[in-house]
Ligand binder design. Structure first.
Ligand SMILES: [Zn+2]
Length: 64
């Protein structure tokens, strides 16, 4: 596992350091930043639902 810094948020001003699994030279897989990798989005909702960011997979891809 390698650490990368991901810029997220509307203005790309939130820096998050996360582990990345290198898929190939230009693509890495990281735990979803919205749901912390569990695929469930439950912030402020009575019912938890699938995270829309990662489609419930808990993972998202980033360009390196
Ligand atoms: Zn997610």
């Amino acid at each position: 596992m390698k650490k990368i810094t991901v810029y997220c948020g509307w203005w790309r001003n939130t820096k998050v350091e996360t582990n990345v699994k290198i898929i190939c030279d230009i693509v890495g897989e990281i735990p979803c930043l919205e749901c912390e990798g569990n695929g469930i989005w439950n912030y402020g909702y009575d019912e938890s639902k699938s995270c829309t960011n990662c489609k419930g997979t808990g993972k998202q891809y980033v360009g390196l």
